[in-house]
Design a protein around this ligand. Structure first.
Ligand code: GCW
Length: 684
C-alpha cells in the first residue's frame, strides 16, 4: 500500500467486509461526454479507481446508456448531457456554476449531475467521500459552492525554490524552466479538484520576467493541459517591468503606447498556448516591486493595462493585490501604520477599474498573523469585486513544524460582521459576492506544496489544504466535521484515531497563539532575519516593515484609535469603528492590536495584560506537551511511517513551545519588571 502521502486524503482504503456487503453492486460507470479530456471522463475513471479500492468492485466504463443496465449504473454527466439523453433530472436544473446533484436511487444506481463538467467531477468525489466514510448515500443532494473563485496561489520561483515553501523544491519549475516531468502536478490537480478548487496561479507573486520566454510559454501550456482534465485552470503572476527587462522597451509605463502593445502581444501569445487561461495576478509597488506608481500612474492604471490586454480573449481577469505598502516606514512617528496602507492606496479607486479587475486582499491588514481583525479594505470596495487571500502555508504559524489547524482562525474572519452601511455584512457574504452583487469573487490561498512525498512537509498540515477547499465551498461548514472527515479519509475510520486527531487539531490554533503572541500583539516571530520562524519579540520594533508592538518598560500595543492613534480603527464602518475605538468594547483578543496600554491594564477576564502573557504561555506550552502523548495512543492504529513522521514533529513542537514560552516571558519580564504572580518567570 502507498503510505507515503502522495494520495493525501484520496487513499480509498478498503472498507471492512461487513460494510462492503451492505453496499450495492454497480454494473457499469457511464460518462456522458464526448471528449476524453473532459473532467467527466476524469470523474468516471476516478469512480472506477475508488470503487475498486473501497468496495473491491471492478466496474467497466461504458460510453453509451445500455437499456436496463442503467438501473445499476453510475451515470455521470452535466445537466446538458443528461438532458440530451432524455432523462428526468428534476432538481439539477437550479444548480449554480460548478454545483452538482447526487441522486442515488434505491441504493442501486446513481446519477451524478454537474452544472458543468467540473461540477460532475466534484459530485463524483463527494460520492467517493461518502463511500470511504461509510456514510449513507443520499436519495438526492444538491450542492453549490459559495463562490465562483476558489483558487490556490503558488509562490514557486523559476529556479525551483519556493518562497515560504517548507516541503522541498517546486513541482513546477527547476533551473529557470518548467519541469519536463509534471507527474506531481497531475497528482496535485487531483487533490485540488477533490475539494472543489478550480484555479491555480502557477508562479510566485514576486515574479520573474523569464516566465514569458518561448520555452516557458510551452511549459505553461503543458501545465494547463495536465490540469485541465481535473477542472483546474491556470493563471500566472506577472512582473510589472517585463516590457523593459524582457521586451527591451525604454519604459514599463502602463499608459505608454508601446508598453500597451507589448502586453497585448504577450497576452495573445499566452492564449495561443493556454486558451482557457484564468488571467494575471499582479503584485506591484510592494516590497520593492516596480508598479504603476513608479511611473507616476495610479494603481488602477496599472490594473487596467492588463485588463484591457485580456479582454479580447474570453473571461480572463486581472487579480490586483491590495498588499501595497511602504516597507521603510518610520516608527518614530506614532501616526504611521502599515495597517492603514491598503485603504489609503485604494482610496477613490473603486470606480476606476475595468470590470475584469478583481482586488485580492489578505485576511488581515498586516500579514497572516496568528490573530488579526479583518482587513478594513473588505468594507470599502462596492463595485470592484474581491478575492480574500488566506495562507495554507504556515508562514508565521510554525511552518508546518507546529500543528496549527487553520479553520478556527479563518472562521473569525468569515463570520466577522463589518456592518457596512449599518447592515449585516459578514465577510463570507461579501466574498461570495452576495452582499454587493458581484458575479466573480471568492477565495485564494497560498499553498506552497513541494516535492516532498507529504506535499506540505507534514502529514497533519494537509488537513489545512483539504479544509481550505471545503471552506471555500461552504464557509459555514463546521470545522470539527471537516477535521473528522479528513482524519477518516486520511487515516481510516478507527474512532480513537479520528478523535485524537480532532482533539489535537481543534486545540492547536489557540495553543500556538498562547505560546506565541497574545491579545492581538501579532505572532512575535523573527522578522529581522526575514525567516518568520521562532520567537523574537525584540524584532517587532525598530523595523521598517511596520510590524510593531511599541513595547517599552511600561506599556505595549499599537494605538490605532482615531482619537489618539493611527486612525486605523476609523477605517472600519462606523459601528465597527466605534467598537474598536474604545478599550471597553474591544475584545481582549484584539486589545493590543488597537490599543496601547500599561502592562498592568486589566482585561475583561480580570487578569492584567502581563499576567495574561505569562499564564497563556505556560498554558499553551503545557497543552503542546500533551500532543506527543496523545499521539502515542495511536501507535499500531495507523501505519508506522506516518505515525513516526508525525510523532517526531509533535515532539519537536513540544520542545519548541517551551523555547517560545521562556523567550517571550523572559523578554517582557526583563522589559517591564512586573513579577509573575505564580513566580515562574525570571526564576531560572
Ligand atoms: O508575507 C509576506 C511574505 C513574503 C511574501 C509577501 C507577499 C511573496 O513574507 O515572502 O512575498 O508577504 O504576500 O507578497
Amino acid at each position: 500500500p502507498n503510505e507515503t502521502g502522495l494520495d493525501g486524503w484520496l487513499r480509498y482504503a478498503a472498507l471492512p467486509d461487513e460494510f462492503v456487503s451492505l453496499r450495492p453492486r454497480y454494473s457499469t460507470i457511464i460518462p456522458l461526454a464526448d471528449n476524453q479530456n473532459s473532467p467527466i471522463f476524469t470523474a468516471a475513471r476516478e469512480l472506477q479507481l475508488g470503487l475498486s479500492k473501497i468496495l473491491g468492485q471492478n466496474i467497466s466504463l461504458e460510453t453509451k446508456l445500455l437499456g436496463s443496465a442503467a438501473n445499476s449504473s453510475i451515470i455521470v454527466g452535466t445537466v446538458k448531457t443528461f438532458l440530451s439523453t432524455n432523462q428526468d433530472i428534476h432538481g439539477a436544473l437550479s444548480l449554480k456554476e460548478d454545483g452538482y446533484c447526487l441522486v442515488c436511487k434505491d441504493g442501486r444506481a446513481a446519477e451524478i449531475i454537474g452544472q458543468n463538467d467540473r461540477g460532475a467531477l466534484y459530485g463524483a468525489f463527494e460520492f467517493l467521500r461518502l463511500l470511504s466514510q461509510n456514510q449513507p448515500l443520499p436519495e438526492m443532494r444538491i450542492s453549490n459552492p459559495s463562490a465562483p473563485i476558489r483558487w490556490v496561489n503558488q509562490w514557486d520561483n523559476l529556479d525551483g525554490s519556493i518562497e515560504r515553501g517548507y516541503a522541498g523544491p517546486s513541482i513546477f519549475f527547476a533551473g529557470g524552466y518548467v519541469l519536463d516531468d509534471l507527474a506531481r502536478v497531475q497528482q496535485y490537480a487531483r487533490l485540488l479538484a477533490s475539494v472543489g478548487l478550480n484555479g491555480l496561479i502557477v508562479n510566485n507573486v514576486n515574479s520573474n520576467y523569464n516566465l514569458l520566454n518561448p520555452t516557458n510559454m510551452q511549459g505553461l501550456a503543458r501545465i494547463a493541459d495536465i490540469m485541465r482534465p481535473w477542472g483546474v485552470r491556470i493563471g500566472i503572476s506577472l512582473y510589472f517591468d517585463t516590457p523593459k527587462d524582457l521586451g527591451g522597451l525604454q519604459t514599463s509605463d502602463p499608459l505608454d503606447r508601446d508598453v500597451i502593445a507589448w502586453w497585448e502581444g504577450i497576452t495573445s501569445e499566452l492564449y495561443r498556448h493556454v486558451p482557457d487561461m484564468l488571467g494575471y495576478l499582479i503584485k506591484a509597488n510592494s516590497e520593492g516591486q516596480p508598479g504603476p506608481l513608479t511611473y507616476g500612474r495610479t494603481l488602477a492604471d496599472g490594473a487596467n493595462l492588463f485588463a484591457r490586454a485580456l479582454r479580447p480573449h474570453g473571461d480572463g481577469v486581472v487579480v490586483y493585490r491590495a498588499f501595497v505598502y511602504n516597507h521603510h516606514l518610520d516608527e518614530s512617528d506614532w501616526k504611521n501604520d502599515r495597517a492603514n496602507a491598503a485603504v489609503e492606496y485604494f482610496d477613490g479607486l473603486d470606480t476606476q477599474f475595468e470590470d475584469n479587475v478583481i482586488v485580492q486582499i489578505k485576511y488581515g491588514p498586516i500579514d497572516f498573523q496568528i490573530r488579526e481583525p479583518p482587513s478594513p479594505l473588505l468594507a470599502h470596495l462596492r463595485k470592484t469585486p474581491i478575492i480574500l487571500e488566506l495562507q495554507v502555508t504556515q508562514e508565521y504559524l510554525g511552518q508546518q513544524d507546529h500543528v496549527v489547524y487553520l479553520p478556527p482562525l479563518w472562521k473569525t474572519i468569515f463570520n466577522f460582521d463589518l456592518l457596512v452601511d449599518g447592515q449585516q455584512s459578514l465577510v463570507r457574504d461579501i466574498v461570495s459576492g452576495q452582499r454587493f452583487n458581484w458575479s466573480r469573487s471568492g477565495y485564494a490561498a497560498v499553498v506552497n506544496v513541494g516535492n516532498d512525498p507529504s506535499w506540505l512537509g507534514s502529514h497533519l498540515a494537509m488537513a489545512n489544504l483539504y479544509a481550505y477547499g471545503l471552506c471555500t465551498w461552504d464557509p459555514q461548514q463546521s470545522e470539527v466535521d471537516i477535521i473528522q472527515g479528513w482524519a477518516q479519509l486520511t487515516f481510516g475510520l478507527n474512532k480513537t484515531v479520528v478523535d485524537t486527531i480532532t482533539n489535537i487539531s481543534m486545540a492547536s490554533w489557540s495553543t500556538y497563539e498562547d505560546y506565541s503572541g497574545n491579545l492581538g500583539i501579532q505572532t512575535l516571530c523573527d522578522i529581522v532575519t526575514h525567516c518568520h520562524y521562532g520567537p523574537s519579540p525584540a524584532a517587532q520594533d525598530g523595523n521598517g516593515w511596520g510590524q510593531w508592538t511599541r513595547a517599552d518598560a511600561h506599556s505595549i500595543g499599537m494605538d490605532r484609535t482615531t482619537a489618539t492613534g493611527t486612525g486605523n480603527a476609523g477605517q472600519y464602518p462606523q459601528m465597527v469603528a466605534d467598537r474598536f475605538e474604545c478599550i471597553d468594547t474591544t475584545p481582549d483578543e484584539l486589545l493590543l492590536w488597537f490599543h496601547h496600554v500599561p502592562y498592568t491594564h486589566r482585561l475583561k477576564s480580570g487578569k492584567t495584560v502581563i499576567q495574561h502573557f505569562y499564564d497563556a504561555h505556560y498554558a499553551g506550552a503545557l497543552v503542546a506537551q500533551t500532543f506527543p502523548q496523545q499521539w502515542e495512543t495511536l501507535r499500531g492504529l495507523i501505519d508506522d511511517d506516518r505515525f513516526h513522521h508525525i510523532a517526531f514533529r509533535l515532539q519537536y513542537q513540544a520542545g519548541h513551545a517551551l523555547v517560545w514560552r521562556d523567550s517571550i516571558n523572559n523578554f517582557y519580564y526583563a522589559k517591564c519588571g512586573v513579577k509573575d504572580e505564580h513566580n515562574r518567570v525570571g526564576n531560572h
